[in-house]
Design a protein around this ligand. Structure first.
Ligand SMILES: [Zn+2]
Length: 108
């Protein structure tokens, strides 16, 4: 019974990332040097100094979130350094090599 009371509140307070199309719009606003606003409600987005994606960051990469409190949506902006970018690329390459390797027939 108590859970029934809690669930709607928790759902209402859950933050979600902007979907791909909205995220693209925010990115292009930033590229144009404008202060990004929410593609859904047009409120100015607020910067949150530490990204929610912090656990997924590699090495010394840093990031912040742009968020709309009205829609409870956020866009993570990740800033890579030369080191972290190199690691991300190496991981991608390693994954690509693994994917290729597994498709090769085993040596008889
Ligand atoms: Zn909004």
């Amino acid at each position: 019974m108590q859970q029934d009371v809690r669930t709607p509140g928790r759902r209402a307070s859950a933050w979600r990332g902007f979907d791909g199309r909205s995220a693209d719009r925010i990115d292009s606003q930033m590229r144009e040097g404008r202060r990004p606003c929410c593609p859904l409600c047009r409120e100015l987005l607020e910067a949150r100094p530490v990204t929610r994606m912090i656990r997924h960051l590699v090495l010394d990469a840093s990031g912040y979130d742009l968020e709309c409190r009205t829609c409870r949506r956020f866009r993570s902006v990740i800033k890579h350094t030369a080191r972290s970018l190199r690691l991300v690329r190496m991981r991608r390459l390693a994954a690509a090599v693994r994917a290729t390797g597994s498709r090769e027939p085993a040596l008889a």
